[in-house]
Design a protein around this ligand. Structure first.
Ligand SMILES: C[S@@+](CC[C@H](N)C(=O)[O-])C[C@H]1O[C@@H](n2cnc3c(N)ncnc32)[C@H](O)[C@@H]1O
Length: 405
């Protein structure tokens, strides 16, 4: 559980200020910070007040099992790590040892999302996924405290975030508890929505809340889309170049997860055109996340095989030598192979060659290069996102250095 923000001693605040300056300078030098207002906000907002404690996975000394370490103000790496460009797990499902339930997104990714939001002072901004409240603090610096509302589904988070926002000088930011997928309010009353939990599709209500010409920035699949709402209840936009693996939007009723359909018992049925090394290629995993949003997997390039399964009951086992077994309604090894061939033939397209269009009826089409291309995919239901991304676990955090859950 996160602990409420306690007053920090003055010398801690001073050390934090100088570390914050260094972090911002590093982000600027790396080309991650290009907007003056976002730079100023990051330089001013005290991340350490929002992250009084975080959790990380460590291997025991014998190099055997993993354990969870709690890092708080008494730990020598607390302040330096809070000012590193990394995501920090801030709440665990079972208090101290469950899977991650909330986190503070990596500052470079927050900067990319904030820059693409193009917030002006006085705009009404809504954030879905309050978490620590840090991003809401940054939004408050950009739009003005009274113009920011943030919502989280986790009741235990709300008080902590409110206390941190007040300690950082933003008591007027509205912090709500509820399901951000089910937002209602005055149509057109919001200029910007920033969502910090993973989606497969944008909930319909968001397009109603945002005024025509307003913008929604949200993780879709393994990317971040910046989508402009049009005057006809539709919306469209492109993905940012940066990758993203956010914790999924949870529903108030929970998510059952994608059931494992059982091992395919056929003999190898052929070969998969996708080498296992492709599974470590985050640029390739992005189109996979659009084309097969409900896909789960275990294993990969460092293992003898990759096993991938889908919510429709399909499963494929792909061995390092390319031999594949597949079972169920969809031939997943063939689908992954075709995606790999297409990805190579297209010149390994970066994320910003992809976009998404949402029809007034809410039909989501992701596409490459232009909306009318043959390279397009219908995106699924929000339920798929919950089952897929909700299952993000410690392994993925540790293995991928997840910058953003
Ligand atoms: C990556 S964290 C948010 C990070 C946060 N913006 C920050 O600055 O610390 C994602 C958050 O989304 C919340 N969340 C998940 N499903 C939600 C839903 N349906 N509605 C609102 N919040 C949700 C989680 O409880 C978690 O705190």
């Amino acid at each position: 559980m996160t602990t409420p923000a306690a007053p920090t001693p003055v010398h801690v605040d001073e050390r934090a200020r100088s570390m914050r300056r260094a972090m911002v300078a590093a982000l600027r030098d790396a080309g991650e910070l290009t907007d003056a207002a976002v730079t100023e906000a990051l330089a001013a907002e005290p991340r350490h007040l929002y992250v009084p404690v975080f959790y990380r996975r460590c291997r025991d000394d014998a190099g055997g099992g993993w354990f969870t370490e709690r890092v708080d103000a008494g730990h020598p790496s607390w302040l330096p790590e809070v000012h590193a460009d990394q995501a920090l797990v801030t709440m665990l499902r079972d208090g101290t040892d469950g899977p991650p339930l909330s986190s503070s997104t990596a500052p470079s990714l927050m900067a990319a999302m904030l820059q693409s939001l193009a917030i002006e002072a006085g705009m009404n901004v809504l954030e879905v996924g309050t978490g620590t409240g840090y991003n809401a603090g940054l939004l408050a610096r950009l739009a003005g405290d009274a113009h920011v509302t943030t919502i989280d589904i986790e009741p235990a988070i709300i008080d902590t975030a409110r206390a941190a926002l007040a300690a950082a000088g933003h008591p007027a930011v509205r912090v709500l508890c509820g399901d951000g997928a089910d937002l209602r309010g005055e149509p057109g009353s919001v200029d910007r929505i920033i969502d910090t939990c993973g989606l497969t599709t944008v909930p319909d209500g968001w397009r109603v809340l945002v005024r025509p010409g307003g913008r929604i920035v949200a993780p879709i699949g393994a990317g971040i889309a910046a989508i402009d709402v049009d005057g006809e209840s539709g919306a469209s936009g492109r993905f940012l170049p940066t990758g993203a693996y956010f914790m999924g939007l949870r529903s108030a009723v929970g998510a059952a997860g994608v059931p494992f359909p059982g091992e395919p018992d056929d003999a190898p049925t052929g070969r998969c055109a996708m080498p296992l090394a492709a599974w470590a290629d985050n640029d390739f995993r992005f189109p996979v996340s659009l084309a097969l949003p409900d896909l789960m997997s275990r294993g990969g390039p460092d293992d003898p095989e990759l096993v991938a399964w889908h919510g429709d009951g399909s499963i494929a086992r792909i061995r390092a030598d390319g031999a594949a077994q597949q079972a169920g309604p969809r031939r997943l090894a063939d689908a992954l192979g075709a995606l790999w061939i297409d990805f190579q033939a297209a010149g390994r397209p970066p994320r910003d060659r992809y976009g998404v269009t949402i029809s007034p009826e809410g039909r989501h089409t992701a596409w490459r290069d232009t909306p009318d291309t043959a390279h397009s995919w219908q995106l699924g239901t929000p339920q798929q996102a919950m089952t897929n991304l909700f299952s993000l676990n410690w392994l993925e955090f540790v293995g991928q250095g997840v910058g953003n859950p």
